[in-house]
Design a protein around this ligand. Structure first.
Ligand code: SAM
Ligand code: SF4
Length: 462
């Protein structure tokens, strides 16, 4: 597979079978300075086994996360627009040979209904997801463009979606240019596995069976001008240590070629999917402890890159992973096209089952209870703080001040418009607690924003 030197990764893993005390202290001291780690250093962290060592890694990951991102956690909802798919990925319910699910591609008016449902719950950020273009081409680029347009156009009272990110099959440069022109935020694509033999085994048919066309998708997206790219691996397909070093090798390539790495990394774990035997018994199932280590090591290895976690994880795990480095979470997800607005809120035709079924209000309440500031902000995207400009702010940790302010403004809006009475009470207390920590200048700025929110203005940011 392009960009992935398997011999190098295997040698690094073999040479880093254990980490001694001095090595660990040196690596963690470097990480505390928010410096990017080398592959060798990441491999050594992955080798840590002793509970005391793991604890030190976790504490450093929390420190790095708090230093760069502060306490805010960005919330989004996935919108599945189509489950038609030309591929046959062994782990996914949308695979082409799965006859158990009902296939559908939402129409523009169905997309509108889904977004109105989400807007009424308080959602502001969407991740649009779909199967790969079916042979008849019904769900290709023009369909994506219509869908993005429909999402931005939807309205519920004064509320609109602020940012649409997209997770779809790899496109050509010219298709990516059209996607960029439609106003998307991040383009997201997961390589699934960086181990070529496993990749070929898992993707036996369809356009996705070519690993090189997939791993080069971020390059084409960058060339097309999309400068916020999300990458990821589907954990459970192959040895997680190899996958982490594969992800980091991919990032090294992007940094060398384009001067910036990905905006986000996603860490999905395989969940049970209807019609997929493999998903019920993943070949390299990873434990919760291993999963926490993966998130912490990624947090330390690429400190300036956001880490996304989805509703695949259950509530307890999500709360633990937040402290280790996750900065964005999906909330109240439904992985079935049309599933939100369907009268019975159906899960039929869904991609996989979910570990966390809480409502947005419950998730906001839980975040507040754990002292995380729920954020619906999309200011960086609006202010064109994307790509390199975002990285320049994130690297020294200066994005934190803006993020916290914007998180408080968008939380105030959410509480006023959508929250239940108990979440409102705790949320307002949180805002006043964080307000007191700001300096006088920022307090005056925030007071002004809150006065606007009280008068009904929405969607302001710094
Ligand atoms: N079809 C496009 C593709 O494969 O790139 C984009 C959408 S696909 C629905 C998004 C992601 O879902 C895939 O990249 C894969 O990592 C993840 N996925 C598929 N099956 C899964 C399962 N059983 N559990 C968890 N995640 C899964
Ligand atoms: Fe299709 Fe994506 Fe599912 Fe593969 S992971 S079957 S490409 S929807």
């Amino acid at each position: 597979m392009k960009y992935i030197n398997e011999d190098k990764i295997n040698n690094l893993l073999a040479d880093s079978a254990a980490v001694d005390n001095r090595q660990l202290e040196n690596i963690l001291a470097k990480a505390r300075l928010l410096k990017r780690l080398t592959l060798k250093e990441s491999a050594l962290l992955l080798a840590a086994q002793e509970p005391g060592d793991i604890q030190k890694i976790f504490e450093t990951a929390s420190y790095v996360k708090d230093t760069i991102y502060g306490r805010r956690v960005v919330l989004f909802a996935p919108l599945y627009i189509s489950n038609l798919c030309a591929n046959n990925c062994l782990y996914c319910a949308f695979k082409s040979d799965n006859l158990l699910i009902k296939r559908k591609a939402l129409t523009v008016s169905q997309i509108n209904a889904e977004i109105v449902w989400l807007l009424k719950r308080g959602h502001k950020r969407i991740l649009m997801v779909c199967g790969e273009q079916a042979p008849q081409g019904k769900t290709g680029i023009s369909y994506y463009l219509d869908a993005v347009k429909a999402i931005y156009a939807a309205q519920a009272d004064k509320n609109r979606i602020k940012r649409v990110n997209v997770n779809c099959a790899p496109l050509t440069v010219s298709e990516f240019q059209q996607l960029k022109a439609s106003g998307i935020g991040t383009y997201q694509i997961f390589q699934e596995t960086y181990h070529e033999k496993t990749y070929r085994l898992m993707h036996p048919a369809g356009p996705k069976s070519d690993p090189d066309y997939r791993i080069t998708a971020p390059d084409r997206a960058f060339k097309a001008g999309i400068d916020d790219i999300g990458i990821g691996a589907l954990f459970g397909l192959y040895d997680y240590r190899f996958e982490v070093l594969g992800l980091l090798s991919h990032i090294e390539h992007l940094e060398e070629e384009f001067g910036i790495g990905p905006h986000t990394i996603s860490v999905p774990r395989i969940e049970p999917a209807e019609g997929s035997d493999l998903s019920l018994c993943p070949p390299y199932k990873i434990s919760d402890d291993e999963f926490m280590k993966i998130v912490a090591v990624l947090r330390l290895s690429v400190p300036y890159t956001g880490i996304i976690m989805s509703t695949r994880e259950n509530a307890l795990m999500r709360d633990r992973l937040l402290s280790l480095g996750v900065s964005q979470v999906s909330a109240e997800s439904n992985t079935s096209p049309g599933g939100y607005s369907a009268s019975a809120n159906t899960q039929a035709g869904r991609q996989f089952s979910l570990g966390d079924q809480r409502s947005l209000d419950e998730i906001v309440g839980a975040l507040i209870a754990h002292d995380y500031i729920p954020s619906f902000c999309a200011a960086c995207y609006r202010m064109e703080r994307t790509g390199k400009s975002f990285m320049d702010l994130a690297r020294p940790g200066t994005i934190k001040g803006k993020c916290s302010m914007n998180a408080l403004i968008t939380l105030q809006e959410y509480l006023d418009d959508f929250a239940s009475s108990s979440v409102k009470a705790e949320g307002y207390k949180m805002i006043s607690r964080y307000f007191k920590q700001l300096d006088a200048v920022d307090q005056d700025r925030l007071k002004l924003f809150f006065a606007h929110v009280a008068q009904g203005t929405r969607d302001e940011y710094v």
